[in-house]
Design a protein around this ligand. Sequence first.
Ligand SMILES: Cc1ncc(COP(=O)(O)O)c(C=O)c1O
Length: 397
Amino acid sequence: MNVKILDLTRQYEIIREKVEAAVLEQMASGAYIGGKAVTDFESKFAGYVGAKYAIALNSGTDALVIAMKALGIGQDDEIITTPFTFFATAETVAMVGAKPVFVDVCKDTYNIDVTKIEEKITDKTKAILPVHIFGQPADLDAIKEIADKHGLYVIEDACQAVGSAIGDRKIGSIGDAACFSFFPTTNLGAFGDGGMITTNDEKIATICRAYREHGGAQNGAKARFYLDGVKDELADNTSNDPLYNPYKYYNYLIAYNSRLDAIQARVLDIKLDYLDGFNARRTEIASFYEKELGGIDGVVTPQVRQGVTPVWHQYAICVKEKDELGRFLASKNIGSAAFYPVPLHLQKAFDYLGYKEGDLPVAEELTKETVCLPIFPELTSEELDYIVEGIKEFYRR
Ligand SMILES: Cc1ncc(COP(=O)(O)O)c(C=O)c1O
């Protein structure tokens, strides 16, 4: 048997008929950028997460950059975040000119340790940027309480967490802005790059829309008013002719081109209908792993915080013999992955921040011990049996 860490071709077969029809229709329509395909998907996504506004973009990385720009974050600001995440979380903080300030994580959930946030707040701190890592929501209630007390924004890196929830509130409806990725390997993956910001704040939404598209036209004019208080008559002009909108060429901000393609919006719109089903299957697989692996001496399985619904973007176990286990599984043709081998505070790119080994011990330990197992929804029970048998065999030796 050969079990890959992730096989996207299987999901393609499930959705093939609908997606191929939609993509062909979109190609024949002549509308490739923006338009109804994108606004329909934005509305559907906003409805799904329970946010008032959704702004489709071309990646999760851009979502983080644009959310921070929209909140006025820039030079000399400090943003508190986690070192146990994908590089883009903190890279984007640096890209907007701000300084990432890392806070250690909890060993059992891999999420930012909220008890250690306040000691890192200074008069330069502008926002807290938690990551719902591996699909498990961070402790947003505690984070929001701290943020409110100190007058900070909460920007969520929800790139791995579409569909997850705290109680009955979906991730994407709680912070000032939440950033999603539609990278193909995420739970809601496009056929290429894609991203989304959700927010309940009309001003933030408008500024994000302006940053998405060269700071031009009415969104640009409104954004300038919101950011600088400078009113322009175009802010009240509603001309929105998609083919010939002269106002498109009036620009108000130095911004980006970060639009989601119409074809990707059609694909994602269809896949969103399947998301809850796919996430439910991931949950089933996680329960199976917990049942089979939870009792093995030497294997620490992931713990779910009370009251949250994770979406199991990854299933990460902690073992002392990380490399040996990975190699053993590979010898049995079982895919696994080491997310993440280097905590962000020790990444070479962040040398200039001056962190050293030992500064954030829990994150450092996790990077040495984490092995992620296959958890995509289309895994068969035979494959799952084969995976757990492989791990059991390793620990029997
Ligand atoms: C936690 C996290 N943040 C940000 C990103 C960046 O998203 P994208 O690849 O869509 O730019 C990712 C992508 O994997 C991620 O996992």
